[in-house]
Design a protein around this ligand. Structure first.
Ligand code: APR
Ligand code: PHB
Length: 389
């Protein structure tokens, strides 16, 4: 079998890349380790930058997003018993759209099926061959049989635990990592959101976040110890703790209910360089991870897809190589800025086990400066709504 681009991984990165390439007549085969339903069962953040929305529109997959997505003109930051608003739209002219990643992924799968692009589910033992030559191919096992796909290019969209990054020799790769000393305990509840915007809370007891999926489905998080497990937290204990970390006016309005999903996510910053090795291009979580604080995971995957699909289009349409040759440089330039923002925003809001009294004073002054200074709010807003591609 042969195709133009083999995409390894059927998460948002691989699906969005496949849809954009298809829209420009470039053939792909997508290999996904799990089933479609398994992929759609993942609960992930869904705060979309305008750039992401633009790519979905270009891919012809933004219809439901525009019907069901929630336009957020700003966000609330809770601190010291009160709350202050950061006006994204007023400061940058740009809102964000809240629309669950699960829905984005569902829309992309539906679109891929509709155009008849080939997707292979439940593949095992995916291996990349000849990426550093001119005739790469991929092998995999499915249903007990080995398969081989010759191709021009391979897009490694297989996430942090995939095989693509490992295909780049250790002597070529440089990896940068920071592990945070806490996790996020998140629940999903069929209750109305407590506020019409997200609330990011810094409290002496630890970070909290009030978010949502729609007007009847809320998503809440509290910072927790890495040693915790979801079973350690009853719903009652979760709601009690969340109420102690948000301003009183919010705690009083909070509608509680049974959790329909409860999980703990560790926080990590990670980047691998370069993101290209010959005919192999890494995209999304395969190349970088951010703590979820700034909601940048999905959005940095989108900017990678932007650079990669435009590079591939230029190659096929105009035999032009510069886009692919500069892919890693361009993608990393934006990724490191998103890593910085996510790290800084995490340092602003969480309680760190080893922080000194002085560190605490610096954190409080940092938040107070954000609350009181228009220039700092504009810088925050520009990062949150998404820096230019
Ligand atoms: N072969 C085939 N598929 C694989 C393999 C493999 N060896 N390893 C992993 N996969 C699949 C996973 O099952 C998953 O569906 O690759 C996909 C990777 O998807 P994500 O991990 O979602 O990564 P990405 O598409 O880059 O999206 C980044 O999704 O996970 C969130 O927080 C992340 O918001 C960010 C966004
Ligand atoms: C979420 O709704 O899951 C969410 C929103 C914003 C974040 C992180 C998670 O920064």
């Amino acid at each position: 079998m042969r195709t133009q681009v083999v995409i390894i991984g059927g998460g948002p990165s691989g699906l969005l890349l496949g849809q954009l390439l298809h829209a420009h007549g470039i053939e792909t085969v997508l290999l996904e380790r799990r089933t479609r339903d398994y992929v759609l069962g993942r609960i992930r953040a869904g705060v979309l930058e305008a750039g992401f929305v633009g790519l979905l529109e270009e891919a012809g997959v933004a219809g439901r997003l525009h019907r069901e997505g929630f336009r957020h003109a700003g966000t609330q930051i809770a601190f010291d018993g009160g709350m202050f608003h950061i006006d994204f739209e007023g400061l940058t002219g740009t809102p964000v759209v809240v629309y669950g990643q699960t829905e984005v992924t569902r829309d992309l799968y539906d679109a891929r099926e509709k155009v008849g692009a080939r997707t292979e589910f439940e593949v095992d033992h995916v291996e990349i061959h000849g990426a550093d030559g001119d005739a790469p191919h991929v092998t995999y096992v499915q249903g007990g049989r080995e398969h081989k796909i010759a191709c021009d290019f391979i897009a490694g969209c297989d996430g942090f635990h995939g095989v693509s990054r490992q295909a780049i020799p250790l002597g070529v790769r440089r990896e940068y990592e920071k592990i945070y000393p806490f996790g996020w305990l998140g629940i999903l509840s069929e209750t109305p959101p407590v506020h019409d915007e997200l609330i990011y809370a810094n409290s002496a007891r630890g970070f909290a976040l009030c978010s949502m999926r729609n007007e009847k489905l809320s998503r809440y998080y509290i910072q927790c110890a890495l040693s915790d497990s979801p079973e350690d937290w009853s719903d009652t204990a979760f709601w009690q703790e969340l109420k102690r970390r948000v301003p009183e006016e919010i705690a009083e309005k909070l509608v509680t209910g049974p959790s329909i999903e409860k999980s703990i996510a560790p926080l990590r910053s990670f980047v691998t360089e370069p993101m290209r090795w010959g005919r192999l291009f890494l995209c999304g979580d395969a190349a970088h991870i951010v703590p979820p604080t700034g909601a940048k995971g999905l959005n940095t995957a989108a900017s990678d897809v932007h650079y990669l699909h435009t590079g591939l289009r230029a190659f096929y349409e105009a035999s032009e190589h510069e886009g692919l040759d500069r892919y890693s440089e361009k993608a990393l330039a934006r990724i490191w800025k998103a890593e910085r923002f996510s790290w800084w925003f995490s340092s602003l809001l969480h309680q760190y086990p080893d922080q000194s009294e002085f560190d605490l004073k610096m954190q409080q002054a940092d938040i107070a400066f954000l609350r009181d200074n228009a220039a700092q709010q504009k810088a925050f807003a520009e990062n949150y709504v998404g820096l230019p591609y």
